[in-house]
Every structure is written in C-alpha cells, then in structure tokens.
Design a protein around this ligand. Structure first.
Ligand code: PMP
Length: 319
C-alpha cells in the first residue's frame, strides 16, 4: 500500500489502483495504446461517492451503481468480468487502501486490447480498472448560494442512457459552461430538457418536483432516483414527465444532482434569475433529507459488509 498522509492535494498521485486483477501504484499503472478504450472510447464506467458520516466511511448507493454498470455492459455487449459481490468487495478494498474520508471511486471497463479494427475482437478479455481519488468537500458557498447554469442544444448521440467512456459530447458541454462563467450546462433537445453535462436536472414548481422520464436521451442517474425516493418517503410529489424549455424559465427552483455534486440549486440560468435567486425552501429541505439518507445508507453498507464477511468465513470453513 502506498504511503498516504491523508493530504488530498498531493496524495492522489501515490494512490494505488486495481488493474486487471493486480493492485499497482496509480502512477505506474499502464494500459496498452491498443486498448479499445483509448482507440475508440469503447468502454463503460461508474463513479461512486464515498463519504464519512457518523464515523462510518461508506460508498453510497453501491448496489445501484453496479446494477447500472451491468446495464451499460449489456448495452455494449461486454461480459461483466465480476459478480456484484466481487465488485462490492473490490469497492470496499479500494476504499480501505486509502485514508481519505471522502473519495470518488471510478470503475472503468473497456472491451480490451486488440489490433485496431472496428468490429468486436474475438477472445479478448476486457480491461478492468478501479481507482479512487480524494473527493473535496462540496463548497459550502455552492450549497448556500447555489450555482449558475447555461443552456445549450443537446448535440449528443442517442445512447446517453449508457454510461459510456465516450464522453466528448459531455466534455464539450462542461467546457461551454466554464467558458460562460457557469457551473453546468443544461441541455435541451427539440425544446425539451434532457440533462446537465454531468448531472440530472429537476424542476420544482408549486411544491412538485418534476424530472424528465428515463429514455435514451439521459443517463438514469442514481442520485436523481435517490432524490425521488426521498421525496416520496416524505410525501412530496414527484412528476416524471417531459419538461419544456419554457418551464425552466418559470420554475420556482431548479436542481442539479449527481454522485459527485449531490444536490445543488441552480439560481441563474442563461443569466436570468431562477425563482428568488437563492436556493429555495424545497432545496434546503431536500439537502437536509439527502444528508439523512446518506446516514442510513452508510449503516446499511456496514450491515451488508458484516453479513458478507460472515458468509465468506462460513464458505471458507472458518468458525
Ligand atoms: N448525467 C450525466 C451525463 C452524468 O455524467 C452524471 C454523473 N455520472 C449524471 C447524470 C448523474 O448520475 P449519478 O447521479 O448516477 O452520478
């Protein structure tokens, strides 16, 4: 294990990672230039947030992330090299190997290394890469003051439901936000809201949370589903339906959400004020509920790991 000083700014370079069955220093890990991930963007990935709540360091919605990974792999016809329990073990191990209280675990699988040619190569093992890095605290100013966003036509392909490593469309949209002094680009296709460059978007009007339906146009976000679940638990109505550009203009609140940004209020869109221009009351409540849900999820993770370790020991004949 690399010597880590729990100094996120410099330590990530000394982190360790899992590459094709081996643990290796991140700085030394190498994949072939013929890897189809490099050549074609022929791969899929997941990002799992890890936080320490009530003294428990846990990944959030880990099962949901590996279910979505399976869905992405199926969609691009790459065999899943591991079972869900093995993925969870690997996630636990990568977290254990690093001291950071907040981490972002990346799981990346490509179609593997082969002579450059478009068709799927036969008999090639996928490349499997798992790494983690420090996850800086979400700036309190963003939570308290909200963030700015800009809109843009969604110019991406029609497989946005696959969490593909082919992210050029998303990268260009994130840079569009940066170039326009904004934090996110909210995309519209044929006049309807799709999603952000790396987030899902919800619109709040008259106490109802609305989100676009799942389709090939958006990533089925784990966080947006989490928010819908939390809202429903608290009796807040969630409407899953197409949302027009004009609804964005008259929304009381607009939220962006993702594993890495949790939930943030968009307080200005294309330079126009959203609602009161401050994170609204629904946002503040949801932010609090979200933190509570993380606590529950952390406790569940611990219980599941305990059950897993008992099961493993039993199968190994350890009593
Ligand atoms: N949409 C896109 C395009 C994303 O990249 C992300 C972040 N992975 C999301 C939505 C949010 O997904 P999640 O809540 O699962 O992190």
């Amino acid at each position: 294990m690399a010597e880590l000083r729990n100094d996120p700014a410099s330590d990530w370079q000394r982190a360790t990672c899992y590459l094709n069955g081996e643990w290796t220093a991140l700085a030394d890990a190498k994949v072939s230039v013929l890897d189809r991930g490099f050549i074609f963007g022929d791969g899929v990935y997941e990002v799992i947030a890890v936080d320490t709540v009530d003294g428990i360091r846990a990944p959030f919605h880990a099962h949901a992330h590996f279910a979505r990974l399976q869905r992405s792999l199926d969609a691009v016809r790459i065999d899943n090299p591991l079972q869900v329990e093995q993925w969870l073990d690997l996630t636990a191990e990568v977290i254990e190997r690093h001291l950071w209280p907040r981490q972002l675990v990346y799981v990346q699988i490509t179609r593997g290394v082969a002579k450059r040619d478009h068709p799927f190569p036969a008999g090639v093992a996928p490349t499997v890469f798992v790494s983690t890095s420090p996850w800086p605290a979400i700036p309190s100013e963003q939570v308290e003051q909200g963030v700015a966003a800009v809109t843009h036509v969604d110019e991406r392909w029609l497989h946005c439901d696959i969490k593909s490593t082919s992210l050029l469309g998303n990268v260009l949209m994130k840079q569009y936000a940066i170039d326009n002094a904004a934090s996110e680009t909210v995309m519209l296709r044929d006049g309807f809201l799709t999603e952000g460059s790396s987030t899902n978007i919800s619109v709040i009007k008259d106490g109802v949370i609305s989100t676009p339906p799942k389709s090939v146009q958006i990533l089925p976000g784990i966080t947006v589903d989490g928010i819908a679940h939390i809202a429903q638990q608290h009796g807040v109505h969630v409407d899953v339906r197409p949302i027009t550009a004009s609804e964005l203009a008259i929304a009381d609140e607009i939220w962006l959400c993702s594993s890495g940004r949790e939930v943030l209020a968009i307080v200005s869109l294309d330079g126009a004020v959203v609602g009161s221009g401050k994170p609204g009351p629904m946002y503040r409540t949801m932010h609090e509920w979200f933190q509570q849900a993380k606590r529950e999820d952390a406790r569940n993770w611990v219980a599941q790991r305990r059950a897993r370790s008992i099961e493993t020991r039993a199968s190994e004949g350890v009593t």
